[in-house]
Design a protein around this ligand. Structure first.
Ligand SMILES: Nc1ncnc2c1ncn2[C@@H]1O[C@H](COP(=O)(O)OP(=O)(O)O)[C@@H](O)[C@H]1O
Ligand SMILES: [Mg+2]
Length: 376
């Protein structure tokens, strides 16, 4: 029987469109992802219970899910082909596997227009929302570096740009300037110090985008949402198993991917509780991130990328921080809020992380230089 909580979508009728031979047992919501609706379904396959993972793609965020699915299936196909040729690698566990519909499509559209996809469930691995140990940091960075490395020879040209200018800091900065000038909610005065903080850091904005534009930095196939909870770690060994949540795979800079991992793994404070009296940057977790990334991304990173690794965390933290500040000034129209000033506090937390990282810049540069020199 379908559990009552899953009844808002009829998982029984949705899952039967996918090529799963077994008897449907039950389905329930799964995980705590923020973007898509994720469910698992249990099946009886000749006496063995197996589960599959089903996602309704959020088509508010991704307005053309078929392009997303095209990107995802190209990436998965390539990863699996590459992994199959690596001795000891396990493509079924180290890459996502899409289960097609009965007529061979990668997704199913239900009568209400929702897009659904189905993945093989990766057993004995899990995700973490908060980075607690150096091993978790190292393994996550290793997994994302390997993911990028395996995709360096993706055939068929660049992926669809499903969210144009996604990590384009100068555009985000221009949006902030516009919001300050319009000040539609009369909030600029309350955020004067935060606005000053952001405006003073304008020179940081174009560091990566300018270099991508004139060829000093290369484009890669990147993940673009490299949070710790988008990589599955083995439950027993803690080793990085599989990079998941491929909705934003596109062409981009490895620096935004590594930077977002730094931003999300090294912040020692809740997302919306700035604490100006504390250094909230965990340098002890930055080091294993660099080491893990070096292990797998070292072979393909160019000197110009290595040169900017130490500031990449600061750059994406700035990008996200100014998005929160912009949304606060515009009346909280993009990021969901549960209380007043939540977006301002989110911006302040990001800015505080930036200040902490600025103070540690020398140490961060030394860690990158020592790690990459040792392995060169
Ligand atoms: N193939 C899979 N096998 C096992 N668990 C998975 C798989 N894909 C996703 N998950 C779990 O579901 C959660 C949400 O999936 P994710 O694709 O990250 O969705 P969202 O975009 O909503 O974050 C993940 O954090 C992970 O725990
Ligand atoms: Mg996710």
């Amino acid at each position: 029987m379908v559990s009552p909580s899953a009844m808002n979508h009829n998982l029984f009728s949705i899952t039967r469109n996918f090529r799963i031979s077994g008897r449907f047992l039950s389905a329930e919501p799964y995980g705590n992802g923020h973007i898509n609706d994720t469910y698992i379904a249990w099946w009886d396959c000749n006496g063995t219970r197996i589960r599959t993972l089903h996602q309704r793609i959020n088509h508010q965020v991704f307005n053309d899910p078929s392009l997303i699915m095209d990107n995802i299936s190209r990436v998965i196909r390539h990863l699996r082909r590459k992994l199959a040729a690596i001795p000891g690698a396990d493509p079924d566990r180290e890459a996502l596997s899409l289960i097609p519909t009965w007529d061979g499509a990668d997704f199913f559209r239900d009568p209400e227009g929702n897009y659904w996809r189905t993945y093989v469930f990766i057993e004995n691995a899990r995700t973490y929302d908060i980075c607690e140990t150096a091993d978790q940091a190292r393994e996550a960075a290793r997994a994302f570096g390997r993911f990028q490395h395996l995709l360096t020879d993706l055939p068929g040209g660049p992926l669809h740009e499903t969210i144009p200018f996604f990590h384009h800091t100068p555009r985000r900065f221009a949006a902030l300037r516009g919001a300050i000038e319009r000040d539609v909610c009369n909030r600029a005065a309350a955020a004067a110090a935060d606005i000053d903080f952001a405006l003073a850091r304008e020179p940081l904005c174009a560091v990566v985008t300018d270099r991508l534009a004139d060829g000093r930095l290369p484009y890669h196939t990147t993940h673009n949402d490299t949070k710790l909870n988008n990589v599955m770690l083995d439950c027993l060994t803690g080793r990085g198993v599989c990079v998941i949540d491929l909705d934003t795979v596109m062409s981009g800079s490895s620096l935004y991917d590594f930077g977002d991992l730094v931003r999300t793994c090294t912040r020692d404070a809740p997302e919306d509780q700035p604490d100006p009296d504390r250094d909230i940057f965990r340098l002890d977790l930055f080091r294993p991130l660099v080491e893990g990334y070096h292990e797998t991304a070292g072979p393909f990173l160019q000197p110009a990328e290595i040169e900017l690794l130490a500031i990449s965390g600061r750059l994406i933290t700035f990008t996200i921080g100014i998005r929160f500040l912009t949304d606060y000034l515009e009346g909280d129209t993009y990021f969901k809020t549960h209380r007043t000033n939540q977006n301002l506090d989110r911006a302040r937390t990001q800015f505080q992380l930036i200040s902490s990282m600025e103070q540690r810049e020398k140490e961060m540069r030394d860690i990158v230089a020592a790690t990459f020199a040792a392995g060169a």
